[in-house]
Design a protein around this ligand. Structure first.
Ligand SMILES: Cc1cc2nc3c(=O)[nH]c(=O)nc-3n(C[C@H](O)[C@H](O)[C@H](O)COP(=O)(O)OP(=O)(O)OC[C@H]3O[C@@H](n4cnc5c(N)ncnc54)[C@H](O)[C@@H]3O)c2cc1C
Length: 289
């Protein structure tokens, strides 16, 4: 990943999550097949909160790794993990030749205000980055960044310092939370550079697909400021199909602007669907022969 992001071309990557049902797996594998001809520079796989969801991450990572030539980036959270558990998972990836990870803290269980990590665990993502860098020095490590700010940290100056700590601890690049206003991303990059953060910053993009999805994103709090112009267009949309077209138009223009600004990378949160990403690539002429 480090090498890919050092290229002068904008890297284009996709994110998937491990499905919970057989049908979800069938659907995802079909969609991965549709997306591979777009030649993503990498794909990433999220890490779930529950026990079985975690083994599913491993299963999906290995499957993509074995069946395609695309570099895979497993996400790894540390919110409830011990060092031994993380070491074990990372070792499994190393053994099969997966040398990438997106190192995240994850979210504490809902309602646990006084949550503490396990005794032999990690409090923040920076501790996980330090651990992986020390134990698996050849791994390319990405970390999360929040153009609109992280909901737990109202102090935006401190937040960038904490992000810098993750980079100083060994992170090679940053992937951002989704955003709908590119000005937030460009300003975030400028603030990072002012703070001395020099690593590539990859923009996270998720096309809006329907009104329900919009409400869900608003509830998730991190990364869902809808610009007034987008809200107006959604409000004027006569039905859900029209909302989907609004979302695609909006995301396409976001990606066009990011490419024009020659950003290091654009990361598509696919939600395991192929169509929106295929459509954006086609509209922007990004489909390679
Ligand atoms: C690209 C991307 C992918 C993601 N993938 C997943 C996934 O697969 N699975 C999943 O469960 N979640 C995922 N998340 C969500 C993420 O786990 C949560 O947003 C989490 O709340 C923050 O994770 P972090 O790695 O940024 O944590 P951290 O960097 O640890 O930051 C968490 C909070 O603590 C603050 N902080 C950091 N250091 C300190 C310090 N020393 N003292 C005080 N405060 C500090 C930060 O400012 C921030 O508010 C993803 C997020 C992004 C952007």
């Amino acid at each position: 990943m480090k090498k890919i992001l050092q290229s002068k071309d904008t890297s284009l990557s996709f994110e998937f999550y491990p499905p919970r049902t057989e049908q979800g797996w069938d659907n995802l594998l079909q969609n991965i097949e549709k997306l591979m001809p777009l030649h993503p520079s990498s794909v990433s796989v999220t890490y779930g909160a529950g026990g079985s969801a975690r083994t599913q991450t491993n299963k999906l990572v290995l499957r993509i790794h074995e069946e395609s030539r695309v570099p895979v980036v497993p996400h790894q959270t540390c919110v409830a993990a011990t060092r031994a558990e993380v070491r074990n998972i990372m070792q499994q990836y190393q053994n099969v030749g997966v040398h990438n990870v997106l190192a995240l803290r994850g979210d504490p269980p809902v309602g646990e205000d006084n949550w503490q990590p396990p005794a032999d665990g990690f409090k923040y993502a920076v501790d996980l980055v330090r651990f992986i860098r020390a134990e698996f020095p050849d791994t390319s490590i990405g970390v999360a960044g929040f153009p609109e700010g992280h909901p737990e940290m109202p102090n935006r100056l401190l937040e960038i310092q904490y992000l810098k700590e993750k980079v100083d601890a060994g992170a090679d690049y940053i992937v951002t939370q989704l955003f709908f206003d590119n000005r937030d991303f460009h300003d975030f990059c400028a603030r990072c550079r002012l703070a001395g953060i020099e690593v590539p910053i990859v923009a996270g993009i998720m096309p809006l697909r329907n009104r329900k999805g919009m409400e869900r994103m608003a509830e998730l709090a991190a990364g869902a400021r809808f610009p007034a112009e987008l809200l107006r267009r959604v409000e004027e949309a006569p039905d859900e199909a029209a909302v989907e077209r609004v979302g695609l138009d909006w995301a396409t223009e976001q990606v066009r602007d990011l490419l024009e600004h020659k950003v290091s990378g654009v990361h598509f949160y696919t939600l395991n669907s192929a169509e929106p990403t295929l459509e954006i690539f086609s509209r922007l002429g990004l489909v390679k022969p």
